[in-house]
Unconditional design. Structure first.
Length: 109
């Protein structure tokens, strides 16, 4: 995914106002992302231009990859095998009962 990209054009009139406004918006957005991350939330920014037909499939695949990566990171367990290597949630479930919930399924609680 892209970050800090602006697909828009700065208007020619009142240019200083728009440049400052966009800068302030970016600063505000970064701070809000930091606050959300501190509360345990993951944020993904999707630019409207990345949803155009020519890029849509690539963007959706990227979102799916990112969501799965986040889910796997959040569900890694700290258990250790005899050799000292870590064990992911997938490996632990596979050893226990062979059932692995999909990311979209809840924990059942």
């Amino acid at each position: 995914m892209r970050s800090e990209k602006c697909c828009c054009k700065i208007p020619k009139t009142n240019r200083e106002f728009w440049v400052n406004k966009i800068r302030r918006n970016k600063e505000r957005d970064k701070e809000e992302l930091r606050q959300l991350a501190a509360m345990g939330w993951h944020c993904i920014t999707v630019w409207e231009c990345d949803l155009k037909p020519s890029k849509r499939e690539e963007t959706l695949e990227s979102i799916a990859f990112t969501l799965n990566h986040i889910w796997l990171q959040d569900h890694t367990v700290e258990s250790r095998k005899e050799d000292g290597s870590g064990m992911t949630a997938y490996q632990q479930w596979e050893e226990e009962d062979g059932l692995m919930p999909m990311a979209a399924e809840g924990s059942g609680e």
